[in-house]
Design a protein around this ligand. Sequence first.
Ligand SMILES: Nc1nc2c(c(=O)[nH]1)N[C@H]1C(S)=C(S)[C@@H](COP(=O)(O)OP(=O)(O)OC[C@H]3O[C@@H](n4cnc5c(N)ncnc54)[C@H](O)[C@@H]3O)O[C@H]1N2
Ligand code: MOO
Length: 402
Amino acid sequence: MTPPLPLLEAQRQLLALAVPLGPETVPAEQALGRYLWDDLSARRTQPAADLSAMDGYAVQEPLVGPWRLVGESAAGRPFEGSLQTGEAVRISTGALMPRSAIAVLLQEEAHRDGTSLAVSPDGEASARHIRRKGFDFLNGDTVLEAGTRIGPAQLALAVSAGHGGDGLEVGRLPRVAVIDNGDELAVEAGKWDDHRLPASNGAMIAAMAQSISVSVDRLGPVPDRREALAEALAAAKGADVIVTSGGASIGDHDLVRPALEEWGASIDFWRVAMKPGKPLLVARKGDAFVLGLPGNPVSSYVTAFLFLLPLLRRLAGARHSHSLPVRFQARTAAPLPPGGPRLELIRAQLVGSLVTPLGQQDSSGLRALATANALIERPIDAPAAAAGDDVSVYWLQNGGMG
Ligand SMILES: Nc1nc2c(c(=O)[nH]1)N[C@H]1C(S)=C(S)[C@@H](COP(=O)(O)OP(=O)(O)OC[C@H]3O[C@@H](n4cnc5c(N)ncnc54)[C@H](O)[C@@H]3O)O[C@H]1N2
Ligand code: MOO
């Protein structure tokens, strides 16, 4: 048996095998959560001309006034003429600066009497209140890079850059199939007893994959028989990623690896030096990936978080470096024992920058998992940590993307 791979090396190997699936064009408003296929260039300049940043008066020389009011520039209704020395126009936030105006006098710093305008004693007309043409972006600028995830701000930028009308080219989302297996899994929801338990992993994995996939087919639970696994694998035809859960270890009933080999898949690696999650397996057949997750529910969750979600993001077009969950530093609220031969992922609660490890760390404990909002990462052979020491942490919400 080859020794288990270190976590980072296993993630690197998996992502190195993954190539984004291809582009498709979707209406901009439906691109939320998707990854841009190509660099996006602006089709317009923003602001398209000098604008006032404030409500007040656009003025010509002399900067100290006084001026004569000759009109108005409102947002969407510009002043058409050009200002002469000693002239000013009423102007609103976002309205076009008239030609030859040089400064804006804020409304609260102005003294107005009919068409006569003067600066109040503590006021000052200033060019600071002008938003210059193109300060945000110029026509032709690359405003978003290929592989960027479209969130609300990126969507607004794309629309503002002129891409709202005919849609955005984004990475195609992968199709996912989930096969959980084990003779102990109740096939019908509600039909459990002492030796049959609800198949919760299938629901959990499907829920985790949902936002980064076009479809998730649930093909389990299937019993611990090679023919049953073979049938389920055949039914997963067309999936870009097949996720199995359970049967990944070395027991007499752990059949995923032999079933995959019989099906014609090639195993890329098996076992990662992490706890929970050691028996993780990665295989491929044709263009399809198979991720064999361990059956223990927390092990399934943690390996889906650290391998399945990054793989789905990469296939959906995320940049390599943006596929992995974000890891950051926090202070542990309690001492931690020294690390062992496997990197450990400890369920924890993060509040501000303080992270508290939970008491229950069994890899089947769903209540502790559901209470956790973070994972503390303890490297292999980490020295013991005292309360207050810095530790590495993953945030579990949003698939760990912050
Ligand atoms: N002798 C050894 N035994 C084990 C090793 C080892 O190295 N040597 N590794 C352990 C580790 S680590 C893990 S993790 C587990 C994972 O094993 P499997 O992937 O083969 O999982 P199963 O044996 O099928 O199931 C484990 C556990 O999880 C429950 N389970 C399975 N599927 C589901 C599901 N869909 N929903 C809810 N719960 C599920 C199952 O009933 C078992 O209790 O192996 C260790 N053993
Ligand atoms: O390392 Mo296994 O994944 O829990 O117990």
